[in-house]
Design a protein around this ligand. Structure first.
Ligand SMILES: [Zn+2]
Length: 140
């Protein structure tokens, strides 16, 4: 098996057998940010703690890139996803362009997002549409 690396180490952690994104909740202003950082990006407080974020979010806005960018093949759908914690996350959306619309519910998944020339697989997160018949519940 080829080696695997994370796109951004520290952004994802394994919990109960699957990966979750790790954010930071500020103990001073109460806001949650992603990725977790040493200081609150809203009030600069150092008081805070990391927390696993919800896998289900709502698409706030998106764009479609129709030319290759780095290892990504077009069409590349990227967007901002609002999570219940109040955090807005930027990510790619793996879906048919025609089915993507603002306000839709998306589920975070992890997997190989590209393979380096030496065979190293790069693991990252992306979003997929929630199945219409599951009420938006996560698979976990
Ligand atoms: Zn704060």
């Amino acid at each position: 098996m080829d080696d695997q690396i994370f796109f951004h180490p520290g952004v994802l952690e394994e919990r109960d057998g699957s990966f979750v994104q790790i954010g930071r909740r500020c103990n001073s202003c109460g806001k949650t940010s992603f990725p977790a950082s040493e200081f609150c990006k809203f009030c600069s407080s150092e008081k805070g703690e990391t927390l696993p974020l919800s896998k289900i979010g709502t698409l706030f806005s998106f764009s479609v890139t129709r030319v290759p960018v780095g290892p990504y093949k077009p069409p590349i759908i990227s967007g901002f996803i609002d999570l219940p914690e109040g955090t807005r996350i930027f990510g790619q959306i793996h879906a048919d362009v025609e089915e993507v619309r603002t306000g839709m519910r998306l589920s975070m998944e992890t997997g190989v997002i590209w393979t380096e020339k030496d065979g190293t697989e790069v693991i990252g997160y992306y979003y997929v549409p929630c199945a219409a018949d599951n009420g938006g519940k996560t698979n976990a």
